[in-house]
Design a protein around this ligand. Sequence first.
Ligand code: ADP
Ligand code: MG
Length: 395
Amino acid sequence: MLNKKTVRDVQVGGKRVLVRCDFNVPLSKEDPSKITSDKRIVESLKTINYLINAGARIILCSHLGKTGQNKSLAPVAKRLSELLDKDVKLLKDILSEDTKDFVMAMKDGDVCLLENTRMYEEEEKNDAEFARKLASLAEIFVNDAFGSAHRAHASTEGVTHYLPSVAGFLIEKEIAALDGGINNPQRPLVAIVGGSKVSSKIAVLNNLLDKVDTLLIGGAMMFTFVKAQGGKVGKSLCEDDKLDVAKEILAKAEEKNVKLLLPVDVVAADDMNENANAVICEPDDIPDEFMGLDIGPKTIELFKKEIELAGTVVWNGPVGVFEISKFATGTNAIAKAMADSEAVTIIGGGDSAAAVEKAGLEKEMSHVSTGGGASLELMEGKKLPGIEALEDKDE
Ligand code: ADP
Ligand code: MG
């Protein structure tokens, strides 16, 4: 559970409140003024509406894209104006006198948005002077940017040194779901871990082995495990320098009495595209010129049974190359099984969330995290600096 103060714990009426949101939304490549998914904006509305109703003067801020790309938050200001049915002015220069004058003249319930914090290179450097100037616009800081909470940047961590700082409702919800689901779950707790690399998931696997009853492994990372056990993986993605790590993880699972299941069949193909020749074979007997790109039908049934028995299912990492529909069957079946189950179902990781969204099953899950990297770090058992910096709840 979140042991930090939230917007409920502070008096915000009549106050200038700086709210860090995660408005890092995907934009259309053809038309960069078009937002392709406004999920992150919609998820921020609860906190913003609460502050409007409480009579706060709301100064929103966020990053968008990378430092140097200088993407404008203008499309976000427009979408927010529509969603809030209220004019949300975009203030183009965070550090200008005009911006200062504007916020000082705001009235209760007004909302404005500061331009992309990453237009300033000080943001990612967590520059103290930049953070101080940003903080000087407001009297209270609310962090609701879960997707950026794993970064100690000026607008997530720096500003907390200058203002009373509390969490918003999205951060509260994300922590309740992810932390609650892993550390205080309805049992049995079943985790599904996939994705491309063991190396990017070692910490997740290690942390989950301390918590779960069952661990299902899919995705390309399965082949590092298969090869570590002497299997023949063909051209499958495999990290030869991580065979020892895979062995250690298998040993830890045994020692911890965790039921660790690897796929019993896979879809292998001679190329990674829609027209490739595909066969179903055993994971440890893949023809030389083939690569494993999805879990097979027997594995889907095996994993489905575990999901049906679960009290909680935590999923991170697609079990196949879901971007290509020929190899998306396994990932879609896992998503469907989770959607159909009575268990608490939690999705972390950017690609996993995208897969669930693509399958149109987002609403059927208990929680789909808005933060890719941040949810991964929580699953690794790490503390997030943007949350740690907030004020502790009174005992
Ligand atoms: P998340 O963002 O949810 O944490 P990852 O980034 O770890 O997930 O992994 C997602 C990627 O893993 C996807 O791009 C997917 O295509 C890839 N992947 C899954 N299975 C395989 C496979 N068998 N071979 C190659 N890539 C795979
Ligand atoms: Mg990813």
